[in-house]
Design a binder for this molecule. Structure first.
Ligand SMILES: Cc1cc2nc3c(=O)[nH]c(=O)nc-3n(C[C@H](O)[C@H](O)[C@H](O)COP(=O)(O)OP(=O)(O)OC[C@H]3O[C@@H](n4cnc5c(N)ncnc54)[C@H](O)[C@@H]3O)c2cc1C
Length: 499
């Protein structure tokens, strides 16, 4: 729909001539595909006799001197990035310590992993500039109930190069091809205003002054003083280990695990848009969101990537993990989504803080094949309980191993997945379950398995602010960014830098 036709329709609805309209802002755009005639709903604000305000408020960052108060941020994923920008905005100089490489070097390492199956344990889909968010799908919506200043997060992304449409799309998406450039610009903002982002700096210990956390020591022997925002993500198991060894309080957390499921995108379009063949060119590649309960467990689709690809997302040799991403165009042949089942910490025999982490690791170890070949099974064969005699083409860049998925997943997870798929099949008139759909295992890093405890002031003792997904209080890009932002504001308040 062109701007011209929207303005014509608005003029008619408001009973004003079109030439009395001097501006329009899209407030929200969504697609309603529940009925056969798919609708695009557009909510717009029309300006007549006044100048439309700017689309968003650009944040002007102050230039900080080396003598400005400073704070240490561990990890430069979404939580660390937004914590650092918030510190900067409030006159606190961020010193960011990131164990991995800058994002374009990282691209080469993830490329090598995809092409040759060779993993760099410090530079992969989990570690490096941008964290797990860098090559993430870049969907900016989340099931998390976390509240916070989401419009500010989105505005900062636009300020650093994201498309303006993320401000109004009901399901905003950036795309794995664009995220690295946006992340790089955010780093430049920090550096140009007096902060620093240091790569190859792996935190190995927190420094203490009495009861207070007073800084960070890195693996190269360097150390950095100041209050600490710890935003190391959920794959930094070594961080949990050194926290536990130094007497910090952690607990096990419930999570959800399962598989990545891949269909041809055209099939998902035909189900979601009720079309026989190709989708209407005005419509984007469609997505789905399924949820059901079976045997007292939630089973749901997670992080669906229309037109996307499945990637090897492990950060450790010997452990297999898959995840999904999609470019901004979402123009690929396949659609993939996590299909996951709740695993509650109460189910585990041993309630120590690392119990869930060990449970997940066992699954990842069982699913590992040399070179990150992945265990796979056709969807209909999985439901019928037989090994697939052949496997379909896939977006997954490494080889596949045809297996009986039941031998690789915990029995309660595979039984629940089978129940869930059957329910999702019923919801789609049977069309979702097909010989052309492929399960690849395992999808295990859906959220943290450990929580770093914090008080109502978001800290553990004076000086330590655990933040983001790895702290166990956030999940997804926006929710981690909100959490990092709030941690920075709390730190600023506690130290009297923000009044
Ligand atoms: C392939 C993929 C696709 C995804 N798609 C989406 C999506 O579409 N939408 C969405 O909302 N979420 C998505 N996610 C999840 C999302 O990326 C995470 O929820 C988010 O990145 C968590 O942010 P974080 O900052 O808390 O942690 P992370 O992003 O994990 O960042 C942690 C950072 O800390 C660094 N670090 C770790 N240990 C240390 C140490 N000892 N010293 C120094 N640095 C350290 C790491 O290198 C990393 O850079 C996806 C994830 C993946 C892997």
């Amino acid at each position: 729909m062109s701007t011209e036709s929207v303005l014509r329709a608005a003029g008619r609805r408001l009973r004003i001539p079109q030439d009395a309209i001097n501006g329009m802002r899209i407030m929200r755009r969504s697609i309603d595909a529940r009925r056969k005639d798919v609708r695009i709903s557009l909510s717009v604000r029309i300006y007549s006799g006044e100048v439309p305000p700017p689309l968003f408020r650009r944040i002007a960052f102050p230039h900080l001197e080396p003598s400005s108060p400073s704070a240490v941020v561990v990890g430069f994923g979404p939580a660390g990035i937004f914590a650092a920008l918030t510190l900067l905005e409030n006159g606190i100089r961020p010193v960011v310590l990131e164990r991995g490489k800058e994002v374009h070097e990282r691209l080469k390492d993830t490329g090598r992993l995809s092409r040759e199956g060779i993993l760099d344990p410090e530079s992969n889909y989990a570690f490096g500039e941008g964290g797990a968010g860098a090559f993430s799908d870049g969907k900016l919506y989340t099931r998390s109930s976390k509240r916070g200043d989401v419009p500010r997060i989105l505005a900062l992304l636009v300020q650093h190069g994201a498309d303006e449409s993320i401000l109004w799309e009901s399901h905003p998406h950036i795309g794995s091809d664009r995220l690295p450039y946006i992340i790089e610009r955010m780093r430049r903002t920090i550096e140009e205003h007096g902060g620093s982002v240091l790569f190859g700096k792996k935190a190995v210990r927190l420094l203490r002054r009495g009861d207070e956390t007073s800084g960070v020591e890195c693996s190269d022997g360097s150390s950095y003083s100041g209050p600490v925002i710890l935003a190391a993500g959920h794959s930094a198991k070594d961080v949990y280990s050194f926290l536990s060894a130094s007497g910090y309080s952690l607990e096990a957390k419930s999570t959800a695990i399962g598989v990545r499921l891949e269909h041809p995108q055209a099939l998902i379009d035909s189900i979601q848009y009720h079309c026989g063949g190709e989708r209407n060119p005005f419509l984007p590649p469609s997505s789905y969101s399924f949820v059901t309960q079976a045997g007292g467990r939630g089973i749901y689709s997670f992080c669906m990537c229309p037109g996307g690809m499945i990637v090897p997302a492990s950060s450790e040799e010997g452990l297999m993990v898959v995840n999904g991403m999609s470019p901004s165009s979402r123009g690929g042949y396949w659609a993939n989504s996590g299909m996951i089942v709740e695993v509650r910490k109460e189910e585990l025999p041993d309630p120590d803080p690392f119990a869930m982490l060990r449970y997940i690791e066992n699954v990842e170890r069982r699913c590992f094949f040399p070179g990150f070949a992945a265990p796979a099974q056709r969807m209909d064969d999985f439901i019928e309980g037989r090994v697939s005699s052949s496997l379909p083409d896939t977006s997954y860049p490494r080889p596949l191993e045809s297996v009986l998925m039941d031998d690789f997943l915990p029995p309660s997870v595979s039984a629940s997945l089978r129940d869930g798929f059957t329910a999702f099949g019923r919801m789609t008139g049977g069309r979702f379950i097909t010989h052309d759909a492929l399960l690849i295992a395992p999808e295990t890093r859906t959220s943290s398995t450990v929580r770093i405890l914090r008080d109502s002031g978001m800290k553990q003792g004076r000086g330590l602010y655990p933040a983001g997904e790895g702290a166990g209080y956030a999940g997804g890009i926006v929710s981690a960014a909100v959490d990092g932002t709030e941690a920075a504001l709390r730190l600023g308040g506690d130290y009297g830098y923000i009044v």
